[in-house]
Ligand binder design. Structure first.
Ligand code: PGA
Ligand code: ZN
Length: 412
């Protein structure tokens, strides 16, 4: 099925900031759209999200240039290609952009188009997107790591750590796991209110954004909430440490810590609170620190590189070679095409690294990554809390897959 027509649109994300939607038509008349997400605590080495920089519109954050790039440059470059040959489509997009980090035409432009082409092909074949994306991989229903308390750049810097999450353990299906998560979310809200926290709204990813005395206090509240409702859950952290790191020093809670100091801070919590996975405990370029931490804690806890790897195969290879981290966070827009995203997931699996499919803090109602998580067999997904519909679009899509489309029987 050939790509016949492409168009794009500037839409708004969950923070009211513009992002790109692309639509692709195939020669059989099938079509589909996809929307690019957008991060706030972005890694320095991510592919570039193209913004207009025109202060008169959206405080400089408009994406009309990226939209035009889809319609006038990237679209015409892929018209006539077989949409089912995703590698060829993405190679053409990358080659047309021509820059090392997609800064010329925009990773937001490339990604929306890359995903729309895949979805249109699944539509043309009349099979679920996840089944099309899986190809020869073995799909699995992913376990969610769900944000309950938010901090960092997603909640007005109330706490240094960015996400305090739970990961359900041993539930028979996603529906019952999510039910237990909502109970923990409610119990956490009550505990926070009892502590006198004013809970007027939710943070960027839908979690509570309380002002607490320390990061450990947030973990304690979560630990207590889990016990209170009798849920079977691990605690997971996204430290997102790059934003409080400067020149060899981690500045938090009025202290200045080295990488070793960070390891001393985190290590006792594994046992004490059941912390099983820690994302970005160290900064994006602190490779020596990551090596040290991985040697010390890597056999007890999942150490996930987000800003460290930015879904970039070259950086992941360095991590594998140097034993820095033991898992990778996967965000499609950090790299900008579906093929490169799968490249990172597949390489992680081959190297014995974990992979967590993740949303951004700025999201849309697009549920593409629910299908990606199932298709890739990555096993874990992180899309924020259980409030705010841009988060629920993903959970609800997973529920739909679990109930109506699972298990995979035959290729359509
Ligand atoms: P971001 O946050 O989308 O703002 O980068 C998500 C995360 O750090 O995991
Ligand atoms: Zn992160």
């Amino acid at each position: 099925m050939k790509i016949e027509r492409v168009r794009a649109l500037e839409i708004l994300d969950s923070r009211g900031t513009p992002t790109v939607q692309a639509q692709v038509w195939l020669s059989d008349g099938s079509s589909a759209s996809a929307q690019a997400p957008s991060g706030a605590s972005t890694g320095r080495h991510e592919a570039v999200e193209l913004r207009d920089g025109d202060p008169v519109r959206h405080a400089g954050k408009g994406v009309l240039r990226a939209v035009r790039n889809v319609e006038e440059i990237l679209g015409p470059a892929v018209i006539g290609l077989d949409a089912a040959d995703q590698a060829a489509v993405d190679a053409r997009l990358i080659e047309t952009d021509g820059s090392p980090n997609k800064a010329r035409l925009g990773a937001n432009a490339l990604l929306a188009l890359s995903c729309a082409a895949a979805r249109a092909t699944a539509n043309a074949r009349r099979i679920p997107l996840w089944r099309y994306l899986a190809g020869s991989r073995t799909p699995t229903m992913p376990i969610p790591m769900v944000n309950i308390i938010s901090g960092g750049l997603h909640a007005g810097r109330n706490l240094e750590f960015q996400d305090f999450l739970v990961r359900p353990r041993g539930y028979p299906d996603l529906a019952s796991a999510l039910e237990a998560v909502t109970a923990v979310h409610r119990a956490t809200g009550k505990l926070l209110a009892m502590k006198g926290c004013i809970l007027t709204g939710v943070a960027d990813e839908g979690g509570w954004g309380p002002r607490l005395a320390s990061n450990e206090e947030a973990i304690q509240v979560l630990h207590e909430a889990i016990a209170q409702v009798g849920a079977d859950m691990d605690i997971v952290l996204d430290v997102a440490s790059s934003h409080f790191y400067e020149e060899g020093t981690y500045r938090l809670e009025g202290r200045e810590l080295t990488a070793e100091g960070m390891a001393d801070l985190l290590a006792p919590w594994l046992e004490k609170y059941g912390v099983r996975s820690i994302e970005d405990p160290l900064a994006e370029d602190d490779w020596a620190g990551w090596q040290l931490l991985t040697a010390r804690l890597g056999n007890q806890v999942r150490l996930v590189g987000d800003d460290l790897f930015v879904t970039n195969l070259t950086r992941l290879e360095k991590g594998i070679a140097e034993c820095a981290a033991n898992a990778v966070l996967v965000k499609m827009n950090q790299i900008g095409t579906l093929t490169e995203t799968f490249g990172v997931i597949d390489r992680a699996r081959e190297a014995g690294f974990g992979a967590v499919i993740s949303a951004r803090s700025g999201e849309t109602e697009d549920s593409f990554l629910a299908d990606l998580a199932v298709a890739s067999g990555a096993g874990e997904i992180k899309v924020g809390s259980i409030t705010r519909s841009e988060r629920l679009a993903k959970y609800n899509r997973l529920l739909e897959i679990e109930k109506w489309e699972w298990p995979a029987t035959k290729e359509g």
